[in-house]
Each structure stands twice: as structure tokens, then as C-alpha cells.
Design a protein around this ligand. Structure first.
Ligand SMILES: Nc1ncnc2c1ncn2[C@@H]1O[C@H](COP(=O)(O)OP(=O)(O)OP(=O)(O)O)[C@@H](O)[C@H]1O
Length: 335
């Protein structure tokens, strides 16, 4: 008798995601002890040996909940019992900036990056599922996001791999239990004070009830399609940027005018971020304001962006720089 179908599915998802890695390389699973990342650990332990890879694990203790250190110890024990080696527990201190959830995520990724560097791991696996992806897309739609955000989480981003984006949370949980692993259920996942939990527990079930089953799968498919579109537009923008930029890193307005707005706004965003405007606070209204310097210019002096970056149009070029530098340019122009 073969393995339980859910177990077979998680193993095959991990095998597919690890395909083509150089043999002998180390792959880490980022494990919280929840059903998703525990199933991931179980599937990795099974798959890695057969793929000629070494498998290890890291758990991060955010220190935010009662008993979190003991739980991290528990996770370490389970990962070791699966045969993973090395296994590390990393305690992080979580700041408050941007809210506790965002701060915990940032501290976690910093810790995972450091662990990957220290241990020489080529890949880190994350347990996000199709349901997480559907929630991300719905939240993005509610915020009016563009294609890049609606593309959701990438199956492969740098060293991070998400093998379970094609599997439902229920399927992954079944696999976890069928492998004899006891998941820890984070009480936060039940707390409807969090928008994401309300989307999971109220909005998506209502959509499924009213529109028919398969809404989450459909949202995840939308994400995958938009990822391809957004990748294509980004590649176009990268080429367009090379064409529009002169030796001085200023952008030629005529070249920009000839681009579709979707491509031009990507070029402008990219240059603004490279100049020092923080990606997180640079909103589409800011990019639209810079775009008007190109398409609807009435001699206005310039546009201020977050991070003290100023964009000015001068002699058919857009210049991005700190407000002081741009300001001195303006003075020169007037002189
Ligand atoms: N404490 C932890 N230690 C190690 N890995 C973790 C921890 N918490 C989460 N992860 C990893 O991140 C994945 C996603 O977890 P979760 O959905 O709780 O995080 P999120 O903050 O919503 O997602 P993201 O970090 O991508 O924004 C988990 O499946 C697991 O692989």
C-alpha cells in the first residue's frame, strides 16, 4: 500500500520544488510547529535523502507568547526526531515598528537569513499554502493593489521556496496528521481581531457559500497568472530603463513618453527607490505625481517623494536626488 494521498501530495510538492538543486547541498525548513511547516519538515526529511540533499531546520522564538521558548525546544526535538541535521532554535527580540505582526515577520526573516548564511544553506522552505495565497490576493484586492501585489507570494524568491502554494491548508494538515506529527495550533490564527483571520474565517467561507466552492483555488490561479504578467512588465521596464537613462542617471522624457503607463510607472518607481525613496512608503499616488511630470507637464518645479527625494524635470530630463541636490539644480537652472 502506498502512502496516504495527502502525504504523497506534500512529498511530491517538496520534490518538485527542490528539483535541480546541486547534490549534497543543505536545505532548511523554517518551522513554527504549526501544521503547515511541520508537514513541510516531514516531507523534506523524506524527500531530501532521496534527492541527494542534506536537510536541516530552524525555528524562531519571537518571545511574544507565554511558553514560546518551551515550544521552540519542542519543535527542535521533533525536527531532530525526523532526522534533520543541523537543527537550530533562534530567539529574536521583536520591536514594535509597523505593528507586532510586521515586526515579528521582519525579525523572523532576518533570523532565517542569518541562519541560512551561517549554516551554508542554499534554500529555505516556507509552509505557505494555497489558502494563504488566496487570503493575500483578497486582501490586496480590498486595498486596490496592482498586479505585482495581487500576484501574491512567489513559489521561489531568492533562497526562499514555498512548495505548498498549490496545496490547500486542509490537505497539508491531513498530511501532517497522517505522518504522525502533532501540530501546535497558534491561538492567533483564531483571533478575529486580525483582518487576515476574518478573511479566512468569515469572508472566504461566505464567498464559497455564495459563489460556489473553489473560490480559493480561483484566487490562487489569478495570483499565478498575474505573476506572469507582472514579471513580463518588470522585464520590459528593466529594458526601458536602460534605454531612458543617460550617463548622469537622468531619464529622457521623450523615451518615457513613448512607453505604456504600466511600464513607465515601473521605471519611475524603480528609479525613485534606487535614489533612496523607501519602497514601503512610496505609494502609487507618488508615482502618479512623477508620471505627470512626464505626461502633463506645465512647468511645475518638481515632485517630492518619501525619504526626502525630489524629482525635477529639466531640459527634457527627469533628475532624481535628495531635495538639497535637486534644489541646487533648480537654482542653477534659474540662474
Ligand atoms: N516561528 C517560526 N519559526 C520558523 N519559521 C516560521 C515561524 N513562523 C512562521 N514560519 C514560517 O513561515 C511560514 C508562514 O507562517 P505564517 O503564515 O505564520 O507567517 P506570516 O507572517 O503570515 O507569513 P509571511 O512571513 O510570509 O508574511 C510558516 O509556514 C513557516 O514556514
Amino acid at each position: 500500500m502506498g502512502p496516504d494521498p495527502a502525504v504523497a501530495a506534500v512529498r511530491s510538492a517538496v520534490r518538485e520544488s527542490l528539483g535541480g538543486r546541486p547534490s549534497g547541498g543543505l536545505v532548511l525548513v523554517a518551522c513554527s510547529g504549526g501544521a503547515d511547516s511541520l508537514a513541510l519538515a516531514g516531507a523534506l526529511a523524506f524527500t531530501a535523502v532521496r534527492a541527494g540533499l542534506r536537510a536541516g531546520g530552524v525555528t524562531v522564538d519571537h518571545g511574544l507568547q507565554e511558553g514560546s521558548a518551551a515550544r521552540a525546544d519542542e519543535v527542535v526535538k521533533v525536527l531532530r526526531s525526523l532526522g534533520l541535521d543541523p537543527v537550530e532554535s533562534v530567539a529574536v527580540s521583536v520591536g514594535r515598528a509597523g505593528g507586532p505582526e510586521a515586526a515579528a515577520r521582519e525579525a523572523r526573516y532576518t533570523a532565517l537569513n542569518e541562519a541560512a548564511e551561517r549554516l551554508g544553506a542554499g534554500a529555505v522552505l516556507l509552509g505557505h499554502t494555497l489558502d494563504d495565497q488566496a487570503e493575500t490576493v483578497l486582501l490586496g484586492l480590498a486595498r486596490g493593489s496592482g498586479a505585482r501585489s495581487l500576484a501574491g507570494m512567489a513559489p521561489c524568491a531568492g533562497r526562499y521556496l514555498r512548495p505548498f502554494l498549490g496545496l490547500t491548508r486542509a490537505e497539508v494538515r491531513r498530511a501532517c496528521l497522517a505522518m504522525g506529527l502533532a501540530p501546535w495550533d497558534d491561538p492567533h490564527n483564531e483571533d478575529t481581531a486580525y483582518t487576515r483571520v476574518r478573511v479566512r474565517k468569515k469572508v472566504l467561507p461566505l464567498l464559497e457559500e455564495e459563489l460556489g466552492p473553489g473560490v480559493s483555488e480561483a484566487l490562487a490561479r489569478t495570483a499565478a497568472q498575474l505573476r506572469e504578467d507582472a514579471d513580463a512588465l518588470d522585464a520590459w521596464a528593466a529594458r526601458a530603463l536602460e534605454e531612458a537613462r543617460d550617463f548622469d542617471h537622468a531619464l529622457d522624457v521623450r523615451t518615457l513618453e513613448g512607453l505604456p503607463r504600466a511600464v513607465r510607472s515601473r521605471v519611475l518607481r524603480r528609479v525613485a527607490v534606487a535614489a533612496g525613496s523607501p519602497a514601503g512608503t512610496l505609494a502609487s499616488v507618488h508615482v502618479a505625481a512623477v508620471d505627470r511630470l512626464v505626461t502633463a507637464w506645465h512647468g511645475q518645479r518638481g515632485v517630492d517623494l518619501p525619504g526626502g527625494i525630489r524629482v525635477i524635470r529639466r531640459y527634457g530630463k527627469l533628475h532624481f536626488g535628495t531635495a538639497e541636490v535637486a534644489g541646487s539644480g533648480e537654482t542653477r537652472r534659474k540662474a
